[in-house]
Design a protein around this ligand. Structure first.
Ligand SMILES: NC(=O)c1ccc[n+]([C@@H]2O[C@H](COP(=O)([O-])OP(=O)(O)OC[C@H]3O[C@@H](n4cnc5c(N)ncnc54)[C@H](OP(=O)(O)O)[C@@H]3O)[C@@H](O)[C@H]2O)c1
Length: 307
């Protein structure tokens, strides 16, 4: 660590801010909720399992009794659940300073969401796209609000195929290809959202982040836990704790100097670990035509219009 490294010491007091974190009960999301509540924000932990959320909340409260955390149910694989969540959220909140779209799954076998979308694109991109669109009025009402999408280095292997975006009936599906596509979609969406905010003079910024390689439950989707426990010692040298991996998304969410359209990741070798800095994503992620197409298809599939 050097004196110029960005750490949680650089975060201002967040009293009065409302921050919503999807998947806040585990891994990076959990670490982010911990830090935001330490800085006195009101944090909403949106979890598919309220039970898991309450257990995670208790862990944070045990360490910080003043933490102001609300656990709410949200399942990103179900548009009905997203709509119910948003309705309830709006009943209880008049502002939304940061929407941190963190939840995700990785490299699962082919399967469909409740609405018939391939699971990884459905959860990682389409669910968050719908959530963001439905919360847009609240984001618009809140001065200097932000949307932060969590991508991955895996976006580099992502390829968009708009003729078969959802791997219909499993055609051409591979768990890695679909994960890469979903993480590339997170970036295409971020940059298009930033253009949308600018074109419509909305006082909100869209940013993205990736955590390098971090020790969380994410890898349990790709292989059984006992296999991962066996493999862990082999890649301990390249993996960092979740508390470090969460720093890029935390920085994108609350660094006062951050700007719309920025992408944060770790500053170490090959961006695998380290302190958060601005990093570059691939040329494919900046492709405006792909971003526009993805936006249009996402609006159609989710029936959520950004206006
Ligand atoms: N860890 C890494 O090295 C790494 C690398 C690159 C990118 N990322 C990205 O980082 C983000 C966070 O992942 P993580 O590493 O912290 O993994 P994690 O520990 O598995 O946490 C993922 C969170 O997402 C939630 N989630 C999954 N499906 C959901 C759904 N349908 N609806 C609502 N919530 C759902 C999980 O809920 P449950 O607890 O109920 O499963 C969990 O809270 C993901 O977007 C991931 O792609 C991670």
């Amino acid at each position: 660590m050097t004196s110029s490294d960005w750490t949680i010491e650089d975060i201002p007091d967040l009293t009065g801010k409302t921050i919503l974190v999807t998947g806040g009960n585990s891994g990076l999301g959990f670490e982010a909720v911990k830090v935001f509540s330490l800085k006195s924000a009101h944090v909403v932990m949106a979890c598919r399992s309220v039970n898991k959320g309450e257990v995670a909340k208790k862990q944070i409260i045990d360490f910080n009794p003043k933490a102001d955390i609300l656990v709410m149910e949200l399942n990103l694989t179900n548009l009905e659940s997203i709509r119910s969540f948003v309705n309830l959220f709006k009943e209880n909140h008049s502002r939304l300073d940061v929407l941190l779209n963190n939840a995700g799954i990785m490299m699962v076998p082919y399967g469909l969401t409740k609405n018939g979308f391939e699971n990884q694109l459905g959860t990682n991109h389409l669910g968050h796209f719908a959530l963001t669109g439905l919360l847009l009025d609240l984001l618009k009402k809140t001065p200097k609000s932000r949307v932060v999408n969590v991508s991955s280095m895996a976006h580099k292997s992502g390829v968009m195929d708009f003729d078969n975006l959802l791997y219909e009936n499993g055609k051409d599906y591979s768990p890695m290809k679909a994960y890469g596509r979903s993480k590339l979609s997170n970036l295409l969406f971020t940059y298009e959202l930033q253009r949308f905010f600018e074109a419509n003079k909305i006082d909100c910024m869209a940013l993205a982040a990736h955590p390098g390689v971090s020790d969380t439950n994410l890898f349990n989707h790709a292989a059984p836990k006992w296999v991962m426990n066996l493999l862990k010692p082999l890649f301990l040298f390249m993996i960092q704790p979740a508390s470090m991996g969460a720093l890029p998304e935390i920085r994108a969410s609350v660094d006062q100097n951050a700007k719309g359209g920025e992408f944060y990741g770790p500053n170490g070798k090959r961006e695998m670990k380290g302190f958060p800095v601005i990093v570059k994503s691939t040329a494919a992620s900046y492709d405006k035509e792909s971003a526009r197409k993805l936006w249009e298809i996402s609006e159609k599939l989710t029936s959520v219009k950004f206006a």
